[in-house]
Design a protein around this ligand. Sequence first.
Ligand code: SAH
Length: 471
Amino acid sequence: MSGRWAVVVGGGVAAARRAEILLRAGAHVTVFASELSGDLALLREKFAFEHVARRPAKPAELEGVALCIVATGDAAADERARDLAKAAGALVNVADRADLCDFMLPSIIDRDPLMVAISTGGASPLLGRMLKARLETTIPAAYGRLADFVRSSRAMVNAKLATGVARRRFWEGVLDGPAAERMLAGDVSGANSALEDELGRASAQGEAAMRGEVYLVGAGPGDPDLLTFRALRLMQKADVVLFDNLVDPAIVDLARREAERIYVGKRMGDHALAQEEISDLLVRLALQGKRVLRLKGGDPFVFGRGGEEIEMLASRRIPFQVCPGVTAAIGCAAYAGIPLTHRDHAQSVVFVTAHGKNGPLDLDWSALARPGQTAAVYMGLSRIEQLMDEFVKHGADPDTPAAIIDNGTRPNQRVIAGAVRTLAELARADDLRGPTIVIVGSVVTLRDKLDWYKSAGSSLASGQTTTALEQ
Ligand code: SAH
């Protein structure tokens, strides 16, 4: 709006607040109002604007106006003013009349040149203002100064650091380090010398020293709320994200917006990239100096082949971090209401995969089928019949309770409970697609005890609906 003409129709508080936004943006403002309220009179002490002591009467008066704000406090007068402004070709905003607006005025947190705008699309301006109040207290007033400081040093930094990656790393260090601290404390010369030190260091190290890094991050079984704080922090630092189909799209969306996203697939039979290719890709990207986020479903070290990936990284001397995640057995059990251990039912719990290195169902069955133990079987759906048969062959009672949880912790979670004898048939009848986890053991019966909870209409965990439980 800088240098452009804006009109405010109305002389009250609402008009004053809007006029101030326009004046701060550098617009030429004309206020049409028979009288100026105290707020507008105060505003006149700070800014110059034109005052016309009546309402506009014909479109010609508003010819050339870019924006028109209407806030007379009188519905009929508001509509008349709006029609005139529209006829003159201006964009119009009418206070508290979303239906008459060409544009919305967001709540603004102003740390010039830093600006945060909050809009609820007209749904609840009050909610927007509440959020604004909260953010006002968490964004230091000096942030604007910090932004100016970055702007004024940019040319110097660009001259010393050639690549985009090097510059971004540098600024991350500055904004998170002593230079920013000094600036926020109002010590401009201290901030400048801290920045110069940092720049000297960064350009001396050169590009070669700027090695990339790999973050092997467990994304949990599906519900984004199950991410850890550390996972979220690493996701915000990534330059590239490698993810497969076990990771919910809602979670991939939480990675840094500018990060490149690479789908590396992996569903049985549809291997977008073989494991060796994924490991190679991780190495190649890290050697380009990138921060590579390898997002894995559940926990990276539980049936996630994370071990193989870090062996490769270690052999190539690439730095990496591993961030644990909620593994499917733990997440699914909680969201399905099945405690994995219980003093009266199970004193141990084993996590097994139905797909070993030597083919499917290569398991120590007698150790699995023990009483007093819960077994959580990953990747068991495709051979569910055989799986259940093996339990029985190795001494498990065919009536041992068992459940299958499909898409656990997600909005479409389904739980099918039965017994070792019946589970395969139940699963087939329901045409489950997976991912699914199978839980075998008497702890499955404890689910029924949660019935009172269901009938009370409550949910066991956030994100899980009663319907999902009942299914
Ligand atoms: N690293 C992952 C497991 C990868 S193996 C973890 O710690 O959870 C893939 C298997 O995990 C799937 O075949 C399925 O058995 C299980 N799984 C993953 N997400 C699941 C989910 N949301 N619901 C049910 N099972 C899931």
